[in-house]
Design a protein around this ligand. Structure first.
Ligand code: HEM
Length: 391
């Protein structure tokens, strides 16, 4: 499934030595405490890797040091989450849906290993740790049930086993694991928070991608519509399964690292706002948010605003079951928004959000999605469909 496979020999399962050393140091350092001269040094290393030749080492160094760049205008959320590394991974794959499943699988498997090691270190956390591991294993079980064809799931197609034979893919998954997931604090629980954000971002992307495919198929290709809607429902449910695992983070544990994350807020998430645009259409109630961050400008672009949303396309469909399929797929997204509001209330009672909003109250306003009719259906879906969005 890798685009590079035909032309590139299998790559090492290790990072080049200089990169492995830097990755290990970044994983072991609470980044909020990095002294200014260290940040400047990393920023300089990024510039040198960009200016240097296209070697394996420079490619990985660019991924590792980009979040520290003083030259690039990177929104805080993206400096924190390292989603450029997921973007690099997706750009190298042919089938974004299967690539997304395998990436979530790799990130969660790695996290389970970390949680098991931590549980072994501290007796008092054994019970909580075991519960967290169970819930993370439920994420893996959910992945196994993902439809990848009319009669095939990720598990029945043996996708993970097959991936084990693809050297380029294994290498790239290892790169995402090693070159992202750096914590700003020294708190163990920041790991699950970070990986939950990354898994949800992949979920947002898969919802958007399947929603566009489903929209195109309405009234043309029934089998395609049914498959894409079942994948969309599955991806929306993934968000809830991930939130269930994240719920093992208590408000006290969350407070232990929240300040270190600074002004990194997922309100800056391009994948999220683009997903909403494709599923529901343009939400003009959020105009101030879109205007508040330069990188969200595309969401305000009149061309994108005029896309027909999946909701509008399904509502205009000939068959009642097409309309009903939309309602069934949308339900888990609605649940996620409700639970997210619950997170805001539980973890940040009477506190403003890191994205500059009023906090839980902001989330509450958007649990229900209002009318917001969209424009004509257009066929140029490239920009929206094929790219994992990050800054
Ligand atoms: C302890 C867990 C969490 C809490 C307390 C929380 C809280 C909040 C708050 C207060 C906001 C409002 C914007 C702001 O001012 O920052 C927000 C927005 C947002 N959060 Fe979370 N969040 C949590 C976990 C997550 C996770 C794991 C994701 C996954 C990516 C996520 C995705 C988002 C998105 C996409 C928005 C923008 C929503 C919109 O514009 O409608 N959140 N969150």
């Amino acid at each position: 499934m890798s685009t590079a496979r035909a032309v590139t020999p299998p790559r090492s399962r290790e990072l080049p030595a200089a990169c492995a050393e830097l990755a290990a140091r970044l994983h072991a350092t609470p980044l909020a405490e990095l002294p200014e001269h260290e940040v400047l040094r990393l920023s300089g290393r990024y510039d040198a890797a960009v200016a240097g030749p296209d070697t394996d080492e420079n490619e990985i160094l660019r991924l590792l040091t980009r979040p520290f760049s003083r030259r690039l205008d990177i929104p805080e959320y993206y400096r924190y989450t390292g989603l450029h590394v997921a973007g690099w991974y997706f750009a190298r794959r042919e089938d974004p849906y299967q690539a997304g499943l395998l990436l979530v699988h790799a990130l969660v498997t790695d996290l389970i290993g970390l949680e098991e090691r931590e549980a072994g270190l501290h007796e008092t956390t054994v019970e909580e740790g075991a519960e967290r591991v169970l819930r993370l294993e439920a994420v893996l079980a959910h992945l196994g049930r993902s439809p990848i064809g009319p009669d095939r799931t990720m598990a029945s197609a043996g996708l993970v086993r097959l991936a084990g034979h693809d050297g380029v893919l294994i290498h790239d998954l290892m790169v995402v694991n090693r070159c992202s997931g750096f914590r700003r604090s020294d708190k163990h629980d920041e790991h699950i928070f970070m990986r939950a954000v990354q898994a949800c971002e992949i979920g947002f992307f898969l919802v958007r991608w399947t929603a566009r495919r489903a929209t195109e198929a309405i009234d043309h290709d029934r089998a395609e519509y049914v498959l894409r809607m079942s994948q969309l429902t599955w991806a929306a449910e993934l968000l809830n399964v991930v939130f269930h695992a994240l719920r093992t983070l208590t408000p006290e544990l969350f407070k232990g690292f929240r300040d270190a994350t600074g002004s990194a807020s997922a309100v800056q998430s391009l994948n999220y706002h683009l997903m909403e645009l494709v599923v529901y259409g343009y939400d003009e109630r959020k105009i101030e948010i879109y205007k508040g961050f330069a990188h969200l400008a595309p969401v305000n672009d009149p061309v994108l605003r005029e896309f027909t949303s999946l909701r509008d396309a399904a509502a205009g469909a000939r068959d009642a079951d097409v309309r009903e399929a939309f309602a069934a797929s949308e339900a888990p997204l609605h649940v996620w928004r409700g639970r997210h509001y619950g997170f805001g209330r539980r973890y940040l009672p009477d506190m403003t959000g890191s994205g500059g909003t009023e906090g839980a109250g902001y989330l509450k306003r958007f649990v229900g999605k209002a009318g917001l009719p969209s424009g004509e259906r257009i066929d140029d879906a490239e920009r929206l469909l094929t790219r994992f969005a990050y800054c």
